[in-house]
Design a protein around this ligand. Structure first.
Ligand code: EPZ
Length: 416
C-alpha cells in the first residue's frame, strides 16, 4: 500500500514535461495487432495502464520490445485467445482488444472490462456496432463472445463515444465494403489512432471530423506512430500552476488541444501565457468565478472537471460545474469539503462557494481524476494532506511525484 504526502503552501516554479497521452497509448497498442508485422510506437507513457495492456499483448503471443518510451510490437505470432477477467478487469481500455481481435480474426472472447468507478459505463454502443458489422454478440455472467464468418461494412452510430469510435474503427478496417461511423468522437486521441491505422495501410477518410468513412482493405502492414502529448495531464498541471505556480511552464504540449481550458482560465483572468509548445502559468489573487459545463471535444473535457473543482474553491465568488458525460463523477467532492471547501451537488451540477481555505487532511483517491484533484488540493492546502489508494493516480500520471518535486512541491510517496 502506498500513500502520497503533501505539505501545502509551497509555490511551484520551473518546467514540467508532459508525457504521451494515456488515452491514445491504450488504444494504439491494441491497434498494432491488426497488421501481420511490426509496429513501433514512441512517446509511450510509463504508467500502470500501459503495463496492463502490454500484459494482454504478451498473453496473446505478441513479441514486445521496450526501449525508453518506445515500444515495438511484433504481432506475427499473435494467437486468438479468450482474455480472462484477471487481465480484462485491470482497465476499461482492455475492451479495445475486442475490436482488434474481431477485426483480425472475426472472433473475440473477453471478460467484462474494468475502469474508474465514475458511472455505469456500459458498452452497448460498441456491441451494437459489432452486430451492425455482421457479428453475433453473446454474453454470459462475466464474458462476451463476438464472432462472424464475415465483417460487412455498415452505417454505425456512436453518439460521440470515444471508446465506441475507436473500437469500431479497429473492427471495420477489414470489413468488406464501406463503413461509416456517424457522430464519431473527435478527441485528439481518436485522430492519433486514425493516423496509425492509415500508416498501416487502412483506408480511412474524415480524420478529425464526426464522420469517419472506412473502406475495407485485405491486410495491413508494419508502421510507426508517436503518441500525442497528454492534454489531460497537461491541463492538470496548468490548473496546478494557476493554483500555486510562480512562472510554472508546462511543456511538450499541443496548446490547441487545451483551448477550452485556456478560454475559461483567460475569462477567470488567470495569469496564463501560451507559447508554441508550452503554457506558462502563475498564481494570481481574486480570480473570477466560472460557470462550466463538460462536453465532448472540443468542449471542456470531463477528465478536467475534478481538477477544476479544486481551483474553483479558491476564486472570489461562487462557481458552477455541470457534468454532462458521466452520471457519477463527483466522488472527490466529499473529500474537498472535509478539507474546508463548500461544494453542493444538485442533479449533475456542482455549486462551489468560494473563496474557502483548504486545510490538509487524510483523504482517499476514489478514481484517477478525483485523485488528481486531491493532489492539487494538497498543494494549496494549509498543513499536510495524505492520500491513500494512490494506485488510481499512478495509473494515469507518469512520474507525478518526481514531476511535482522537481518544481518545488513538498510531495512524497510513502509505503504504508
Ligand atoms: C474515454 O472513456 C476515456 N478513457 C475517459 O477517460 C474519458 O473520460 C471519456 O473517454 C470521455 O472523454 C479512455 O480513453 C481509456 P465514452 P470511454 O465511451 O471511452 C457512455 C480518464 O480519466 N457510454 O466517450 O469509456 C458512458 O457510460 C478516463 O482518463 C454508453 O452509454 O468514454 C459515458 O457516460 C475516464 N455506452 C459516456 O457515454 C457505450 O457503449 C462517455 O463514454 C459507451 C459509452
Amino acid at each position: 500500500m502506498k500513500k502520497i504526502k503533501i505539505e501545502g503552501g509551497h509555490p511551484i516554479h520551473g518546467k514540467i514535461v508532459v508525457s504521451g497521452a494515456k488515452n491514445s497509448a491504450v488504444a494504439l497498442l491494441p491497434a498494432a495487432i491488426l497488421c501481420n508485422g511490426i509496429v513501433t510506437i514512441d512517446n509511450v507513457p510509463k504508467i500502470s495502464d500501459i503495463d496492463a495492456i502490454k500484459e494482454i499483448l504478451t498473453y496473446l503471443g505478441a513479441k514486445i520490445e521496450c526501449e525508453k518510451d518506445k515500444i515495438t510490437i511484433d504481432s506475427r505470432t499473435i494467437q486468438n485467445r479468450a482474455i480472462p477477467e484477471s487481465l480484462a478487469k485491470k482497465l476499461r481500455a482492455s475492451y479495445y482488444f475486442m475490436g482488434a481481435l474481431l477485426g483480425k480474426f472475426r472472433k473475440t472472447e473477453m471478460s467484462f472490462p474494468g475502469g474508474c468507478s465514475i458511472g455505469a459505463r456500459p458498452i452497448d454502443l460498441h456491441l451494437k456496432g459489432f452486430e451492425n458489422l455482421g457479428a453475433t454478440v453473446s454474453s454470459n455472467e462475466n464474458q462476451y463472445l463476438v464472432e462472424t464468418p464475415k465483417l460487412m461494412g455498415a452505417d454505425l452510430y456512436v453518439r460521440h463515444s470515444v471508446g465506441a469510435t475507436v473500437n469500431l474503427l479497429l473492427s471495420s478496417v477489414f470489413a468488406e465494403g464501406t463503413t461509416t461511423i456517424h457522430d464519431a468522437a473527435k478527441e485528439p486521441e481518436i485522430t492519433n489512432v486514425v493516423e496509425l491505422l492509415q500508416n498501416m495501410g487502412a483506408n480511412i477518410r474524415g480524420k478529425g471530423t464526426d464522420t469517419l468513412i472506412i473502406d475495407g482493405v485485405t491486410k495491413l502492414h508494419s508502421a510507426s506512430i508517436s503518441v500525442i502529448p497528454d492534454r489531460i495531464e497537461a491541463g492538470t498541471y496548468v490548473i496546478a500552476g494557476v493554483l500555486c505556480g510562480n512562472q510554472l511552464e508546462i511543456t511538450n504540449i499541443i496548446p490547441e488541444h487545451l483551448n477550452s481550458l485556456i478560454e475559461i482560465l483567460q475569462k477567470m483572468e488567470a495569469d496564463i501565457t501560451i507559447l508554441k509548445n508550452s503554457i506558462i502559468v502563475s498564481k494570481k489573487e481574486n480570480l473570477l468565478p466560472a460557470n462550466i459545463k463538460t462536453e465532448v471535444y472540443p468542449g471542456f473535457p470531463t477528465d478536467l472537471q475534478q481538477p477544476m473543482t479544486t481551483l474553483l474553491t479558491t476564486v472570489s465568488g461562487s462557481s458552477t460545474l455541470e457534468e454532462t458525460i458521466y452520471e457519477n463523477r463527483f466522488k472527490h467532492v466529499s473529500y474537498l469539503n472535509q478539507m474546508g471547501a463548500s461544494i453542493t451537488i444538485q442533479d449533475k451540477k456542482l455549486t462551489i462557494a468560494a473563496p474557502t481555505e483548504l486545510i490538509g487532511r487524510e483523504v482517499v483517491a476514489t478514481d484517477l481524476r478525483a485523485g488528481a484533484s486531491l493532489v492539487l488540493a494538497g498543494l494549496t492546502a494549509m498543513g499536510e494532506t495524505s492520500i491513500t489508494e494512490v494506485e488510481h493516480i499512478l495509473r494515469g500520471y507518469e512520474n507525478i511525484i518526481e514531476k511535482l518535486k522537481n518544481v518545488g512541491a513538498k510531495i512524497k510517496l510513502e509505503e504504508i
